[in-house]
Design a protein around this ligand. Structure first.
Ligand SMILES: Nc1ncnc2c1ncn2[C@@H]1O[C@H](COP(=O)(O)OP(=O)(O)O)[C@@H](O)[C@H]1O
Ligand SMILES: [Mg+2]
Length: 148
């Protein structure tokens, strides 16, 4: 996704599935990186929604994943690739309120089925590819010159 733009910053994080103790750590780190840069606060807010929701989906549904966080001169690119069950019906998963979260996850305050719709709402470009039984790859771009 960064072929035509200059990469200024890149970090790759590992996210562990089914581990609520470390859940959210990647997004917290991304937050501190972004706060130190001169980027519009609304762009930062949108990138953090995307990062947090995508990270939590790895925690809740996958075994392990990586979050690649890239800032170019044009955009913030967040790529999340996981090894996990995959998503059988992406269109259905994108619907507001659709969730396969367990009761335990709901007790923790997750699983309202708003993660993917909010990722969509807050990205300028979103691509999701999934192989059932193998994993899921999500690419989200938030353009630095956009304002939702
Ligand atoms: N990385 C993933 N791996 C497998 N399934 C996923 C993944 N991300 C999302 N899903 C599926 O899509 C559904 C909707 O996701 P989302 O909108 O984030 O809602 P929620 O996480 O609250 O269930 C999830 O309940 C799950 O079934
Ligand atoms: Mg979610």
């Amino acid at each position: 996704m960064t072929v035509y733009s200059e990469e200024l910053f890149k970090r790759v994080f590992t996210v562990y599935g089914h581990n609520f103790d470390t859940a959210g750590e990647t997004s917290t780190e991304i937050k501190s990186i972004l706060k130190g840069l001169e980027i519009d606060s609304d762009i930062i807010r949108r990138a953090l929604v995307v990062a947090f929701e995508a990270e939590m989906n790895v925690v809740m549904y996958a075994n392990i994943g990586t979050v690649s966080f890239v800032i170019t001169d044009e955009a913030i690119d967040i790529e999340v690739a996981d090894e996990g069950p995959g998503i059988p019906d992406i269109e259905q998963a994108m619907q507001e309120g659709f969730s396969t979260a367990s009761d335990e996850m709901r007790e923790k305050g997750f699983g309202f089925g708003m993660g993917l719709p909010n990722i969509k709402k807050n990205s300028d470009v979103l691509k999701i590819e999934s192989d059932v039984g193998k994993g899921t790859k999500l690419l989200a771009r938030i353009r630095l010159d956009s304002n939702a």
